[in-house]
Design a protein around this ligand. Structure first.
Ligand SMILES: [Zn+2]
Ligand SMILES: [Zn+2]
Length: 113
C-alpha cells in the first residue's frame, strides 16, 4: 500500500487542524480530540496500554502551537498546555480524521461489532 503523507497543513482561528493528504483527502481535527488522543507514555500507560488522558480531560481552548515533522513518518505537536511528548505517526493521524466521511465510516464499523 502506498504511504500517505500530509501535503498541506493549516490551523483555523478556532484551533482546528486541517491536513490535506497525498491522496487528496481533507482531514480535520478538533484540538481537544487530538490532544486527548496523544499516544505518548504519559497519556497511555506503557505497560497496560490503557489510555490515561481522554479528550474530555482536556481543557477547552487548548491549541496546537507547533507541529514539528519527525523524520518522514510523524508529527510532534507542541500544545498550549506545554505537553509535547506525543509523536503522531501519519498513519495514526489519518485514523483520527474527524471529517464527515471518516466519522460515518467509524460509526458503521462500531454498529457492526
Ligand atoms: Zn501525551
Ligand atoms: Zn477523513
Amino acid at each position: 500500500m502506498q504511504t500517505l503523507i500530509p501535503s498541506k497543513m493549516a490551523l483555523t482561528p478556532e484551533g482546528v487542524l486541517q491536513i490535506e493528504w497525498s491522496d487528496g483527502h481533507q482531514s480535520r481535527y478538533t484540538p481537544q480530540n487530538l490532544r486527548g488522543s496523544c499516544p505518548c507514555a504519559e497519556c497511555v500507560d506503557e505497560i497496560t496500554g490503557k489510555r490515561q488522558v481522554f479528550p474530555q480531560d482536556i481543557a477547552a481552548g487548548i491549541r496546537p502551537r507547533e507541529a514539528r515533522p519527525v523524520g518522514r513518518y510523524a508529527y510532534q505537536f507542541v500544545w498550549s498546555d506545554g505537553h509535547d511528548t506525543g509523536l503522531y505517526s501519519y498513519e495514526y493521524l489519518r485514523a483520527l480524521c474527524e471529517c464527515d466521511d471518516c466519522l460515518a465510516k467509524r460509526n458503521d464499523t462500531k454498529e457492526k461489532e
